[in-house]
Design a protein around this ligand. Structure first.
Ligand SMILES: [Zn+2]
Length: 240
């Protein structure tokens, strides 16, 4: 089916196009402010034919912090000490600050210019834009589509430049050490790699979903702050 070519005089969107664009925009923008789950297909190696099977064998599911949270994490490094850092690292941090400032500028302009509302902090502004998507006229909807793509990709790329990996306040599932996990997110695949600085266990792109699931489970159950006693009987529930 041929893709319709854009023309200089853009015709108004059909009701179906409008609904699809609204849904796409909300889907694109929500990960900016909400933690999100990434589903990546994975493929099985066929030993007989020595090739990857054509059909995905399943989906890897990974829990990630919001893109803004990841970006803010990257910008914080720039305000901190640069001792031991390389010039390229400092530049990467500066890029993250510039990127966040540019997103903030665009978002603020859209909130005041198109939504006619007094802008607040970046996260609140993005939440407002998402809520108001159904009320936007076609021209504003199309403009937001172009802007949203820019914001999301900038946040993804710049978060990936973060010099310090994410250190979740969790226990290593292997050695039970607290705060020992170091996780870096991959830019393109939305996956990542993980490493424990205590037991040196690693999680590659194909395994990171397991670590993500473990962290999610720990956070849901409440992270046990006490020293691990070695015994791990999950049958015992503690009220304290
Ligand atoms: Zn460990």
């Amino acid at each position: 089916m041929p893709t319709p070519q854009p023309t200089t005089d853009t015709p108004p969107l059909t009701a179906q196009e409008r609904r699809r664009l609204q849904a796409d925009l909300a889907h694109q923008l929500r990960p900016m402010i909400e933690p999100f789950t990434s589903h990546e297909p994975w493929y099985r190696w066929d030993d007989t034919d020595h090739r990857w099977e054509n059909m995905p064998a399943g989906l890897h599911t990974t829990e990630l912090p919001s893109l803004l949270e990841q970006l803010q994490h990257a910008t914080k490094q720039a305000n901190g000490s640069t001792s031991g850092g390389y010039q390229s690292t400092v530049l990467a941090h500066t890029d993250a600050i510039d990127g966040q400032r540019s997103i903030d500028h665009d978002v603020t302009a859209f909130v005041s210019g198109k939504l006619h509302t007094q802008p607040g902090p970046l996260e609140a502004n993005l939440a407002l834009i998402i809520r108001r998507i159904p009320t936007l006229v076609d021209a504003d909807l199309l403009e937001l589509a172009a802007l949203a793509k820019r914001w999301v990709i900038a946040a993804k790329v710049l978060s990936g430049l973060d010099a310090r990996p994410w250190a979740p306040h969790n226990r290593c599932p292997w050695c039970s050490a607290m705060d020992s996990l170091r996780i870096r997110f991959d830019v393109s695949g939305q996956l990542g790699v993980g490493w424990c600085k205590e037991c040196k266990e690693t999680w590659d792109e194909n395994q990171i979903w397991m670590l993500g699931a473990e962290i999610k489970k720990q956070n849901a159950e409440g992270v046990d702050e006490d020293d691990a006693d070695g015994e791990d009987d999950d049958a015992v529930e503690d009220d304290a």
